[in-house]
Design a protein around this ligand. Sequence first.
Ligand SMILES: *Cc1c(COP(=O)(O)O)cnc(C)c1O
Length: 705
Amino acid sequence: MKNLKDKFPNLPERIIGLGELSYNLWWSWHPAARMLFKMVDRPAWKESIHNPVRMLREIPREMLESAANNPDFLRHYDTVLARFHNELGVKSSWFTENVTDTECLPIAYFSAEYGLHHSLPFYAGGLGFLAGDHLKECSDLGIPLTAVGFMYPEGYLRQKIRVDGWQEQIDQVLDRDAAPIERVFNKEGQQLIVKVPFIDPPVHVAVWKVSVGNVPLYLMDTDIELNDPWNRLISARLYTGDIEQRLRQEIVLGIGGREILDTLGIKHSILHLNEGHPAFALLEKIRERMEEGMNFEDAAEQVRAATVFTTHTPVPAGHDVFPFHLMDKYFSSYYPMLGLSREEFFQLGMHPENPGAGFNMTAFALRMSAYHNGVSRRHGEVARKMWQPLWPDRKEKDVPIDSITNGIHVPTWIEPKMELLFNKYLGEGWLKDHDSPDIWESVDDIPDKELWQAYIWVKIKLINFIRERARKRWVEDRPSPLNVVAGGTLLDPMTLTIGFARRFATYKRADLIFHNPERLKKLLNDRWRPLQIIFAGKAHPADDEGKRILQRIFNFADNPDFGGRIAFVENYDEQLAQYMVHGVDLWLNNPVPPMEASGTSGMKAALNGVPHLSILDGWWIEGYNGKNGWAVTGRGDESDAESIYTLIESEIIPLYYELDDNGIPHGWVKIMKEAIKNTGAAFSARRMVKEYVTKFYHEALKSVV
Ligand SMILES: *Cc1c(COP(=O)(O)O)cnc(C)c1O
C-alpha cells in the first residue's frame, strides 16, 4: 500500500507496519494483532470502537512514540508483523496442495453485502456475514478469489428506539478516511472512476478496496460529484425500497462490477454469485464472448459452465422481480447486443408459474449457472421444490439444486478467552485443524469448573458492555429513563439469560415468547430461579410489521410487571453480535419453518458453548443431536410457544440452576461441551468453503482451462 506516511503522519518509522496492518482485516481475526493495537493505548482502542485506522489517525504522536520506544511492544510488534507478512506471502496452501498447484486465475465473487467487521457497515444480516466469512476462509485456505460489492456510505441503518418503542433511523455517513478501506488509484494517481457501460444517463463509480487477508474486495461508490443526485444515491444504502433504484443498484453491481475487474486488468476464472442481486454480471460475460464472434447459445453455455450461484432464502421478498417496463427502460439497447428479441431476453428471467410478473433475478441466475445450491440440506429441498417449474421434465428430487450448509469463520467468532482455553486442552494446533472433528473430542477434557469460570467471565463482559452502551446513551442523548431501563441496565449476571438477536423479519417471530405473557412473567419473576431475555435486531425501514413487533417487545422491556428482566439493546451490529453470541446462556431461534434457510448466529453461539433452543429448521435440523441443546418442531404459534415454555420450565431452568457446592452446574456444562463439539468442525466456514471447492469450484475450473 502506498503513501502510508501521508495517511499516518504521526506514525514513527520503526512501527510504520501498524499502518499497513490496520488496512488489512487480517488483524481482526488474529488476537495477537488485535492485542498489538490494544497495547498502543487501551482507551484509544476502545474509543475508536476497535477501528485501528481511526485510532492511528487520531491518537497523539507521543503515544505512538512511546510505543515505538517500548521493548515489550516492539517484540510483540515484530512477531505479529513477521507472521502477517509470512502468511500473506505464502505460496503453498490447502488449495495448492489439494486442488491445483498451477497458477490459477482468481474466482470472482459478487455479493450485494459483506459482513466483515463493524467498522464497515456494508451488511444487513446473515447473507452478508456468510459472504464475509467466505472471503476470510478463502484467504486462510489460499483460494485465489477477488470479491466485488458496494461501499454503502450510509450503511444499512443506524437504529434508535423512541420512548414509545418505535424504531427510528439516524442518518450517519461513513467517514471514508477513517475506515479500513483504501482508494484505488489510476495511472495518473487519481482515484479510479469507472463508467458503468450501457446505462443512460451514465453512472460513474469510484473504486475502493478492502484487504481481507489475501483476498481483495473491490467496492463501488456512486456518491461522487460526476454523478447527478439520483445516481449519487444508488450506493447510498443497502436495499432501498424503491424498485427502480434497486434495479439500478443491481445493474451497477453486476455490470459495473464486471467493468471494474476489466479496468483493473483482473481476469477471472469462474464467477460465484452470492444471491441473485449481482446476476447481471452474466450478461456482460456473454456479451463479451459474442463480441469475439460467438453466437448467443455457445457464449451462454461457456458462461454457464463457469458460474456458481448460491440462493439464500425461501422468502419471496428475498427474490427480486423487476417489472418489464423498467427492464425496457434500461435494457432495450442491451438485448439486441445479445442477438435476442425482447421476448427472448425476458424469457431468461421468466418464472414459468408467473410469467407476467417481470424479470426474476433468481430464475435468471439459476438458468445461467451450471452449479447452484441452497444453504442447508433442508433449504436445498425447499429450493428444489420452489424452483422445480424451471425444470418441468424433472421430478422434484432430481432438480439440480444442491446444498452446501453454511458455516462460520471460526477465528472470527471464537471468543478470545475460549480460544485460550481450547489452546490449553485441544492443543495449540486446534485452530489450524479445526475442521477435523477429532480435534473437538478433547473438549471433554476441559474441567467443568474451568469452562464455567471462563464462560461466566464472558457473560459479565456482555452485561457490562450493554450497561455501558445504555449509560452512554443516557449521558449523550438524555433519553427517557424508560429507554435506559429497557436498554438493559437492570440485567443480572447470575440470572439464566436467553439471547435473541437477528433481523426483525416477521417470519422470525421475535415476539413468540410473549405469546402467553402471564406464563412468561412467572418465569421472569421467579424469586429463586429467574429468567431474563436480551433482544436486539433491526426491522427493515420499509417493514412496519417488523417495527410493530419490535415495539411490542420494547414495551414489555420497560414495563415493571416484567421485572426488569427483558432488555432490548439498540443498533444490533457485528460488535454487539460478538458480545451476545458469546455471553448469553442460551440462544433462541423460533422462525416459521421452512423460512430460515440456514441461520448462522446459532452456530456462533454454539461454538462458544452457548446451546441453542430452536425450531427444527435451517441448520438446526442437521445440528441438533439430542444432547447439544433443545429442539421444537414448528407447528404454528400456539403450539411452538407452548413447547418453548414447557422446555424452559421443565428442562432448561432446573438444569441451569442445579449447582454443586462450588456453584458449578455440571449438567448444564455437559450440554455446553456437546454444543462446542458438534459445531467447531461441522459448521465451520472451513468445512463449507472446502465443500464449495470440491463440489463446484474444482469442476467449474476444468471448463475454463
Ligand atoms: C451472524 C449474524 C447474522 C445472521 O444471523 P442469523 O442467525 O442468520 O439471523 C445477522 N446479523 C449479525 C450482526 C450477525 O453477526
